[in-house]
Design a protein around this ligand. Structure first.
Ligand SMILES: Cc1ncc(COP(=O)(O)OP(=O)(O)O)c(N)n1
Ligand SMILES: Cc1nc(C(=O)O)sc1CCOP(=O)(O)O
Ligand SMILES: [Mg+2]
Length: 520
């Protein structure tokens, strides 16, 4: 009969082997197993804790060494899982523990893997100083443990033959080697793919925020591989006999543009992450979980990078963004919009706070016509529904309005979504949420919108965004012809304005002036 160990029991056995190898004892004992059960986050450790038994007591009682940080020691120097139980298996008392543990697991009313609690039970049932100590110090007995394990005894169990094919991995050594080789090859593909993307972010996009995201993805790969063991992977590597190394498909050779190259490598990363996730399930559920996270992270990364590239293209020539409110305009919104369009503005936002929906719809339809005729982009403030109704090119939302995800569901994939941000965390989040551009402000005091004094993000925020974000962004708030230069010096290349144009006697004239400064 084959029994499979739970992940917690596997870790405990690996730890036991390690502790035993560092112990000065010439004869093997069960103390390393006891210590390992207390060391791992497992049911056995939990049970022992409820009986006031902890690792420190065990180490002291049985004079065991544990020089490394127990929490990380297993990760730091991994043991090859198949070899793990070989030495312990030679030891009769350990075989007895396993035999008891298997019997105990067999008593469960549902098929049960051998868990750390069964190993603890086996240890208690095996005569020896460890069992005696557990019973005297922690007043723990095999009977008491039954309650904790919650086994339903329905039959008298005959001693079982111990089958030492304790499988921690695949059924055969060949299976295991092949699994490890697959993981090793996929990890290399993933690493290489990430490196290409990183170079793209560094040299083509020059985006520090996305680069730091990518780096943390790379670190996750390292974390996950620790669960499997780097040495184990390298020792399973067999490049000479790997048929995959000689195959290059046309899709691998054909890279028609930087973007194509980027996409191919994003796909490569996702496929490798999927392979790693699936094959790691045979070896380490912890690693598999990390690979799954990496796969999802790579989808976010893909969406974010591609959105960034597409938005840069769409907003390439939009340096001046005009927000129009009827109430601010000297001669009404119509003349302000038409004159500024004629002067060269190519991005307009309808920002009306007091019109009824019907008024907004009618106004929106007029502005749509003017902007379309001028070849300009039209954005509706606050209202995804009206953005669709007037066929605007996008919608702008603030921090308290609908999140990007929900707005996207309403306006679909092609309309632009802009998000207001007032600090660097919000800016980073908006990028990851899938915004197509962000507003960055308020830069200076403004009478167009109420902000408390402490809410002025100022030029520092502009500086921060300039240092790390390449998704198109517009500095906004109190920007005028006479302070625009400071904004540009802080790193902005695009600005959004309202009052300076709307309330100007000659909207066309001030528009030209601002555009002139922006083009310099
Ligand atoms: C380009 C741009 N940036 C910021 C805002 C402000 O949006 P929000 O915070 O939602 O405030 P209101 O404009 O709705 O009052 C914006 N509209 N456009
Ligand atoms: C509507 C708005 N949002 C801001 C933000 O920081 O999010 S600042 C602002 C007012 C922009 O108008 P003006 O150019 O007249 O100051
Ligand atoms: Mg708003």
């Amino acid at each position: 009969m084959h029994h499979i160990l739970t992940a917690g029991a596997q870790r405990a056995l690996i730890q036991a082997e390690r502790i035993a190898s560092g112990s000065a004892e010439s004869e093997p004992t069960l103390a390393p197993l006891l210590a390992a059960l207390a060391l791992e986050e497992s049911r056995a450790a939990e049970i022992m804790r409820t009986h006031q038994i902890d690792l420190a007591q065990i180490l002291q009682e049985f004079q065991l060494p544990l020089s490394q940080d127990p929490a990380t020691s297993l990760l730091d120097s991994p043991v090859q899982p198949l070899e793990m139980s070989q030495a312990l298996q030679q030891y009769p008392a350990f075989r007895e523990v396993l035999n008891h543990a298997m019997q105990q697991a067999s008593r469960a009313d549902v098929p049960t893997e051998i868990g750390s609690e069964h190993l603890l039970w086996g240890l208690l049932a095996t005569a020896g100083k460890e069992s005696e100590w557990l019973q005297s110090t922690g007043s723990l007995s095999a009977e008491k443990l039954d309650d904790s394990i919650n086994v339903i005894f329905r039959q008298t169990v005959e001693p079982l033959d111990v089958d030492f094919a304790l499988r921690t991995v695949a059924a055969t050594a060949d299976d295991q080697t092949n699994t490890l080789r697959t993981i090793d090859a996929a990890a290399n593909r993933l690493r290489e793919g990430l490196r290409v993307i990183e170079d793209f972010l560094r040299f083509s996009l020059d985006d520090a925020h996305l680069m730091s995201l990518l780096k943390s993805t790379r670190h996750r790969l390292t974390d996950a591989l620790r669960f499997i063991g780097n040495e184990t992977l390298i020792s399973s590597r067999d490049t000479l006999n790997d048929v995959g190394t000689s195959i290059s498909t046309t899709s691998e050779i054909d890279r028609s543009s930087l973007e194509h190259l980027l996409q191919a490598n994003l796909k490569r990363v996702q496929e490798a992450a999927r392979t790693l996730e699936e094959f790691s399930k045979l070896i380490s559920p912890e690693a598999a979980a990390i690979f799954k996270q990496m796969r999802y992270a790579s989808y976010t990364l893909e969406k974010t990078i591609l959105t960034c590239i597409a938005s840069q293209r769409r907003l390439e020539n939009s340096r001046l963004y005009l927000l129009v409110s009827e109430s601010l305009c000297h001669h009404g919104a119509g003349p302000a919009i038409r004159e500024s369009l004629a002067a060269g503005v190519n991005l307009v936002q309808i920002r009306e706070k007091s019109m009824t929906d019907r008024q907004l719809l009618a106004h929106g339809n007029r502005v749509r016509k003017w902007t379309r005729d001028a070849g300009a982009i039209l954005i509706m403030n606050d209202r995804p529904d009206l953005a669709i109704a007037i066929d605007a090119d996008g919608v702008h939302v603030g921090q308290d309005e609908l999140p990007v995800r929900e707005v996207r569901q309403i306006v679909g994939p092609r309309r632009l979504i802009g998000v207001s941000t007032h600090n660097i965390e919000q800016a980073r989040q908006a990028v990851l949420d899938g915004a197509d551009y962000i507003g960055v402000g308020p830069t200076f005091p403004t009478s167009t919108k109420n902000f408390a004094e402490h809410e002025y993000a100022g030029l520092d925020f502009v500086n921060q965004v300039a240092a790390e974000i390449t998704l198109p962004w517009f500095a906004i708030g109190g920007i005028q012809a006479d302070n625009l230069q400071q904004v540009l010096e802080a790193g902005a290349t695009r600005v959004a304005v309202s009052g300076v144009i709307c309330s100007h006697e000659h909207p066309g004239q001030i528009t030209r002036e601002l555009l002139e400064q922006l083009s310099n």
